[in-house]
Write a protein that binds this ligand. Structure first.
Ligand SMILES: Cc1cc2nc3c(=O)[nH]c(=O)nc-3n(C[C@H](O)[C@H](O)[C@H](O)COP(=O)(O)OP(=O)(O)OC[C@H]3O[C@@H](n4cnc5c(N)ncnc54)[C@H](O)[C@@H]3O)c2cc1C
Ligand code: FES
Length: 430
């Protein structure tokens, strides 16, 4: 039997735990309980874990951190398990996902449609989306989640386990919608509470600039798919409170209530002059011609670009030194964004703090020197803080032991990527 494991190493020690047996398509294989399924299969010589959806090209395991889906296999009756982050259990039954598309690949290969066409094939009109997806999932080997599964390993071996759960999601932003859809697609009955009258959360503000059409499209798509999912009971204009959660008594909870913007204490806080970047579109505010933007993170930079393109004069300040600006985002994005801002002649001042705003002027501090300047509008974009919600989150977690915190309120990163991946992981963990 092939065994690719290292058993001796001059520096590393291996704590693999007890030896167990797993089965790949019915064939027994040696594994250890501290290994992931993918690691155990790799050690047994497996190199092809899945196939690409359209052309059925072989896929090995790639990222090994549960992000790329290359290692998806059926494990104990559950399709699409990312085997690189699932731990081995004695008696586990693993299957390669082989379906009709294997026989269809010669025809699919002939169908050389450009990606933008076949990625959207059968997603519109909305009414055909669900039945079309059911067919496509079978064709492409993605399978569908069974209503019950037979437990093939562990203490309850042989028992039938129902996998439908009353699953509650609080917050209808990108995190809440992703969590609700993923859980619903896995067969759970989901209730989603959103305190405002529409889904989308901060994505409404995030996708507003003319150069962010793709984000706006994603936001609309995410809301449409959530609304169309029959397993999700969406309750708009419903603010979750500990009392309401207690009354619903869910088996599991995803808390995705977002964060709140950091707003400094200023002498003059009138909306005619001082506004948070996220409120500009929502409150339909038209800033003056001479604008100060506080905070040169992604939001501040994008807001600056939007008004520079509209022909306004924009000064952008940040308390951080110049070399640290943009560190929170990908270096390529930051390099590109600051390049365009320079082309549009932004006045950028690093190492510069906002001290106060009065009715007549703005006080800033640079190199220990205070200056008074005059601006029509001050736009605040100094970041978000999740901590303001921590007490509330704790009170909800105390009620439902199986609860997960996703998106901006997990204080990890204030991006849509963090929102959707953390919510997806939470819904997959249940
Ligand atoms: C101007 C601006 C531009 C941005 N641009 C980008 C960008 O280009 N790229 C990017 O990745 N990110 C961007 N972001 C950040 C991104 O929008 C957020 O990271 C993302 O929306 C967070 O998603 P979320 O679901 O965690 O929270 P949110 O989007 O804040 O959603 C939380 C939802 O929970 C609801 N809620 C709160 N409390 C309750 C309660 N008690 N009961 C029921 N519902 C509740 C809220 O009403 C809200 O709908 C931008 C943000 C802003 C403000
Ligand atoms: S290898 Fe990328 S998800 Fe498992």
């Amino acid at each position: 039997m092939v065994d690719w494991r290292l058993y001796e190493h001059p520096i590393l020690e291996f704590d693999r735990g007890k030896e167990v047996t797993i089965y790949l398509d019915g064939k027994p294989m040696k594994a250890f309980e501290n290994e992931t399924v993918a690691a155990a299969l790799y050690a047994n010589g497996l190199r092809e874990f899945s196939k690409s959806i359209k052309y059925r090209r072989p896929r090995g395991f790639f990222c090994a951190i549960g992000r790329c889906s290359a290692c998806m296999m059926e494990v104990d009756g559950i399709p699409n398990v990312r085997t690189c982050i699932a731990m081995v259990k004695d008696g586990m039954q693993i299957k390669r996902q082989k379906y009709l598309a294997d026989y269809l690949s010669p025809f699919l290969n002939l169908m050389k449609l450009p990606p933008q066409v076949y990625m959207r094939l059968m997603t519109r009109p909305g009414i055909i989306y669900k039945p079309a997806m059911m067919v496509m999932r079978q064709l492409t080997g993605l399978g569908s989640f069974p209503k019950t599964i037979e437990v093939t390993s562990g203490n309850n071996e042989g028992a039938l386990e129902h996998i439908s759960t009353e699953f509650l999601v609080v917050g209808g932003g990108p995190a809440g919608m992703e969590g609700a859809r993923t859980a619903a697609e896995r067969g759970h009955a989901v209730v989603l509470f959103e305190k405002t009258a529409r889904l989308g959360g901060l994505m409404h503000q995030a996708g507003n600039a003319t150069f962010k059409k793709d984000l706006k499209k994603y936001s609309e798509w995410s809301a449409r798919m959530t609304e169309q999912n029959m397993n999700i009971d969406i309750r708009l204009s419903t603010e979750a409170t500990p009392e309401l959660i207690e009354k619903e008594n869910p088996d599991a909870l995803i808390i995705a209530i977002g964060a709140v913007p950091y707003i400094p204490e200023l002498t003059f806080m009138d909306r005619s002059k001082v506004i948070w970047a996220g409120d500009i579109e929502r409150e339909n505010i038209n800033p003056g011609d001479n604008i100060l933007i506080v905070g040169a993170g992604l939001t501040g930079c994008e807001t600056a670009l939007k008004y520079l393109q509209a022909g306004k004069s924009v000064t952008l300040i940040d308390a951080l030194p110049r070399e640290q600006l943009g560190l929170g985002t990908s270096p390529i994005n930051a390099y590109y964004l600051f390049g365009i801002l320079e082309e549009h002649k932004v006045d950028l001042y690093a190492d510069t703090k906002l001290i106060d705003v009065t009715k007549d002027h703005v006080v800033i501090e640079r190199e220990n020197k205070k200056d008074k300047l005059v601006f029509d509008t001050v736009i605040l974009a100094s970041g978000m803080k999740a901590k303001a919600n921590f007490e509330f989150i704790k009170s909800l977690r105390d009620i439902v032991p199986e609860s997960y915190v996703a998106g901006d309120c997990n204080d990890n990163q204030y991006t849509i990527w963090n929102a959707t991946t953390s919510a997806f992981d939470a819904a997959m963990a249940i």
